[in-house]
Design a protein around this ligand. Structure first.
Ligand code: SF4
Ligand code: SF4
Length: 164
């Protein structure tokens, strides 16, 4: 097994290409409730909600545009110290079903993956801390868990909620 040594090149590409479509579901930059307040309201849509027969309690939001309003012409982040967990975690992604993926949208990952389906990846402490933070977020959902309660996701493409 070979390693990818991930070191961000600060190319800014991820901040210019935030929307992602997989299996007809379009998602934007993941935002926790408090992080959504950093962004203009019209650029933010719901991302995840809990509810029995319909989504009731919104537990996460997402940016609904491809380019972040905080990226400068020099590819610097205007809110770097406060940037959302999803930015600090990128290119590592964990989904609420427990699946973990790494984004080949990142040029560093894309160039090192080649035709391999998987490789071990060495991350910096920043990404590890953000991943741990996200795991804590997922664990915190347990307190709302009821047998009838489902996790709903919002599809930016169809502007509608769905549940697995
Ligand atoms: S908040 Fe900063 S790091 Fe995150 S997408 Fe926007 S510019 Fe990029
Ligand atoms: S695409 Fe990858 S290398 Fe470029 S800024 Fe984003 S994380 Fe860094």
């Amino acid at each position: 097994m070979s390693f990818i040594n991930f070191k961000c090149k600060k190319c800014g590409s991820c901040c210019h290409n935030l929307l992602e479509e997989v299996a007809n579901v379009e998602r934007g930059l993941f935002l926790r409730v408090e992080e959504a307040k950093l962004f203009p309201r019209n650029l933010v849509s719901p991302r995840m909600a809990l509810g029995d027969s319909k989504p009731k309690r919104i537990i996460a939001y997402q940016l609904n545009v491809d380019e972040c309003p905080f990226i400068t012409e020099k590819n610097e982040c205007k809110v770097y110290p406060k940037r959302p967990m999803g930015c600090r975690m990128f290119p590592f992604e964990i989904h609420h079903n427990g699946h973990a993926t790494v984004s080949v949208k990142c040029s560093v990952i894309g160039s090192q993956m080649g035709d391999k389906e998987s490789r071990e990846i060495e991350f910096s402490s920043t990404e590890k801390e953000a991943i741990e933070e996200y795991m804590r977020f997922l664990n915190s959902l347990q307190k709302f868990a009821r047998p009838s309660q489902k996790v709903w996701e919002f599809n930016l493409k169809t502007k509608s909620w769905f549940t697995a």
